[in-house]
Design a protein around this ligand. Structure first.
Ligand code: 6PG
Length: 253
């Protein structure tokens, strides 16, 4: 009997708004549970365009009492000033940080004022300082929100990148990918999370989503996101799910 290949769970929604509403509800439930259990809720957010609407809804809908216990980290960041149009921090600040009563000290941006390797090391120190993992353990995020690029990248883990081979360090510097050098969380951190949600929308993502969830195509960095002790959920709108076999779809109404 070969290894049980655990098929990732895919939830398909009529449109991005329904997908966002589902993710919002899960966020609130997870945040309440984590805060009740350990006093904090730690989430890592991706940039890009897909999650923008969710971040806007989080700012409006999450009960204010949860924000002082919620810590937000970045899945990855482009090494540009935080007021640059390409900055993930800037997008999250516009959609969420400037709109929700989240204490400044609970927001953990990647410092981008330095060479890539130094920015990566500084960010790793920020993760260690907050999570204070036991020696040899990885920080454990309660929730990681990931996007999926058409080339199968996620975070700033691009096909063929050295960062894909990182098995120990929490962060990696990525050379000039898609216009900017970046810092990214690595597989060891991403795969230690309690919950990993991919948000995937639009017909342009249909082919890459099918290759990842149906075939686990090893050529695609997103295929190696397999939380060892956590849940993995793909939230897709109907456009992104057009190439998935019906049996994989849990149509959410
Ligand atoms: C980034 C993101 C990146 C993103 C994918 C999908 O810094 O760009 O972290 O990994 O999630 O590129 O982007 P879209 O949601 O815009 O398709």
């Amino acid at each position: 009997m070969g290894p049980l290949i655990k098929k990732a769970r895919v939830l398909v929604f009529d449109d991005i708004s329904a997908l966002e509403d589902f993710a919002l509800g899960k966020w609130m439930a997870m945040a309440r549970e984590a805060v009740n259990r350990k006093g904090t809720f730690a989430a890592a957010l991706s940039g890009g365009g897909t999650p923008v609407g969710l971040y806007r809804k989080l700012a409006r809908a999450v009960e204010p009492s949860l924000w002082p216990k919620t810590h937000i980290f970045m899945v990855d960041e482009r090494l540009v000033p935080h007021d640059n149009a390409d900055s993930n921090f800037r997008m999250m600040d516009e959609m969420l940080f400037s709109k929700a009563p989240i204490p400044k000290g609970n927001i953990h941006p990647v410092r981008t004022d330095g060479p890539p390797e130094l920015c990566a090391e500084r960010y790793a120190s920020e993760l260690f300082a907050f999570f204070q993992p036991r020696k040899g353990d990885m920080p454990v995020f309660d929730l990681v929100l990931l996007g999926l690029g058409e080339d199968g990248h996620t975070a700033s883990l691009f096909p063929g990148a050295d960062a894909l081979k990182e098995k120990e360090r929490l962060t990696a510097a990525v050379p000039d990918e898609k216009r900017h050098a970046r810092v990214t969380l690595t597989y060891p951190v991403l795969n230690s999370a309690r919950n990993v949600f991919f948000l995937v929308a639009g017909e342009k993502k249909a082919e890459v989503l099918e290759r990842v969830v149906e075939r686990g195509d090893p050529a695609l960095p997103a295929s190696a996101i397999k939380p060892e002790n956590g849940t993995l959920l793909f939230l897709a709108d109907s456009g992104a799910a057009v190439m998935l076999p019906v049996k994989m779809k849990n149509l959410q109404k």
